[in-house]
Design a protein around this ligand. Structure first.
Ligand code: NAP
Length: 480
């Protein structure tokens, strides 16, 4: 039984009444109707949560205790995944089959990956006559977006617990209800009061207070590049450490000799996954000029298989945009791309259903790499196809945006694909159909971010090193 009328925040191990009376209305984007609400927290609520997190922070917490906490949260979360999947479908419109798989099973795999990373992590090392110990960073302020509501929260809360930190979490206003269900799992896991705190509310109020709060040591933000810059500016005022996971405009580069049919099929699927609301989406498809016409035919055929509709229908592959605001943004991009001279192959900005924020899967050809559609993240089911003359041209276009989050390369063999991949300025990319790896480092180059989530690197980020010089006689080693 879901509880979609949330009136309390989770602070210091208790569900507490917020300091203010604001409420966030949560809208089902497939019906445009309200399905529930969450409290609109205030700066005072953030202050209470930070105070609780500070009290709960124990820099000398043992690794065994962290392991127990991580395992308990994973076990309690796993039981709730079917319910959380339903809530994700309801609050942000992901097709149920995507919610039951990518939206919930990937976070589970990632959470288990953190447990493995923790098991293998070396918290102490020797360097000559120094003992170097890694201590938890402190209170982590976590601010997350709506596109993969559970994944985003798991990717911040679980490694923070593994590192021995405590957390104040602000989920997105668009999709907070699934996060409340996750926090119930945290409650059931029996963590000490204050280790994980939830303050829902607006970015302007709750997010900015977290980013600027002197009691927060580390801000971990995922969202748009513009807001990430604002968060980093606020955090700089109290010299906090900042991790940013931001936007992308990734290139799927299909080189001459690559398997064009497979590359197009996989590439279209990647661009339209979760309605294109995926930071890693390959939203630019780069194809050799010599195979351009053939590629467009394949793209059109692949795109026509993406049925848009009711997210509860098992046949649906693309649900609505997650919100009215996102729907407007996506349609605006499509209209401007038209005006800028890109050639519409399929889809468009027209309303396709009477109710719900539905956008047709849209493909533009002849997209100028320097145009808005060639440069900016849309966050909707919109693919830009761009031709290139040779590999140098392909690399120039692939690297020619402010972002560097993801991408793909298809070439005649692995060595050629890796050789090209080495030149692409991006945090991760697939070659010849390589698969996402939940235990490898995830993060962006350029304006796609700072830092890495997942992998042992996240534990490196969330801990700080203390260098203890040991007496040289005692340590029986020389200076170097
Ligand atoms: P967003 O508008 O930047 O919001 C992200 C979070 O920041 C939300 O919780 C939001 O609160 C909060 N926020 C807004 N203004 C704030 C402020 N002034 N100070 C502090 N916090 C503030 O992004 P979004 O629309 O939710 O998500 C889409 C974006 O996230 C895309 O650009 C996508 O590429 C990016 N993303 C990146 C990754 C990655 O790993 N690199 C993953 C997923 C998504 P509200 O609830 O009030 O909006």
């Amino acid at each position: 039984m879901h509880n979609y009328e949330r009136t309390t925040l989770f602070i210091d191990g208790q569900w507490v009444t917020p300091a203010g009376t604001d409420a966030i209305e949560v809208i089902d984007p497939s019906t445009e109707k309200a399905i529930g609400s969450a409290p609109g927290g205030t700066a005072a609520d953030v202050d209470a949560a930070v105070a609780a997190a500070r009290r709960a922070f124990d820099p000398l917490i043992t690794v065994a205790e962290r392991r127990e906490r991580v395992a308990a949260v994973i076990a309690a979360m796993e039981k709730r995944l079917p319910d959380i999947a339903e809530t994700i479908t309801r609050e942000m419109g992901a097709p149920l089959r995507i919610a039951q798989t990518v939206q919930t099973q990937v976070p589970l795999a990632v959470a288990r990956g953190f447990a493995d990373v923790l098991d293998a992590f070396e918290f102490e090392e020797r360097a000559g006559h120094s003992l170097i110990v890694r201590e938890p960073y402190g209170v982590v302020g976590a601010i997350t977006p709506w596109n993969y509501p559970l994944y985003q929260v798991v990717a911040k809360v679980l490694p923070a617990i593994a590192a021995g930190c405590t957390v104040v979490l602000k989920p997105s206003n668009e999709a907070p209800l699934s996060v409340f269900e996750f926090i119930e799992a945290v409650e059931e896991a029996g963590l000490p009061a204050g280790v994980v705190n939830l303050v829902s509310g607006s970015g302007r109020v709750v997010g900015e207070r977290i980013a600027s709060h002197p009691g927060v040591d580390f801000v971990s933000f995922t969202g748009s590049t513009g807001v990430g810059q604002r968060v980093a500016e606020l955090a700089a005022q109290s010299v906090k450490k900042v991790a940013l996971e931001l936007g992308g405009k990734s290139a799927n580069v299909i080189l001459d000799g690559g398997d064009l049919a497979t590359a197009v099929k996989v590439g279209v699927g990647n661009a339209f996954l979760n309605g294109g609301q995926t930071c890693m989406a390959w939203t630019r498809m780069l194809v050799p000029a010599s195979r351009y016409g053939e590629a467009l035919d394949l793209v059109e055929a692949a795109a026509s298989k993406y049925k848009v509709g009711d997210p509860w229908d098992p046949a649906t592959r693309i649900g609505p945009s997650a919100s009215a605001a996102q729907y407007k943004i996506v349609r605006g991009f499509i209209e401007r791309a038209h005006r800028e001279g890109a050639r519409l192959i399929t889809g468009g900005a027209e309303k396709i259903r009477d109710t719900g924020y539905y956008v047709a899967p849209t493909v533009f050809a002849d997209v100028d790499p320097d145009s808005e559609l060639g440069q900016e993240e849309v966050f909707g089911p919109v693919l830009a196809v761009i031709g290139f003359s040779d590999e140098a041209d392909a690399l120039r276009i692939a690297n020619g945006t402010p972002y560097g989050l993801s991408g793909a390369v298809w070439a005649k063999d692995t060595d050629s694909a890796i050789a090209f991949a080495r030149g692409v300025q991006t945090g991760q990319l697939d070659i010849n159909g390589g698969m996402y790896n939940p235990i490898a480092p995830f993060g962006g180059y350029k304006k796609s971010g700072i830092g890495r989530e997942t992998h042992k690197m996240i534990l490196e980020h969330l801990t700080q090193k203390k260098n203890i010089f040991i007496s040289m006689t005692e340590s029986k080693v020389g200076l170097y």
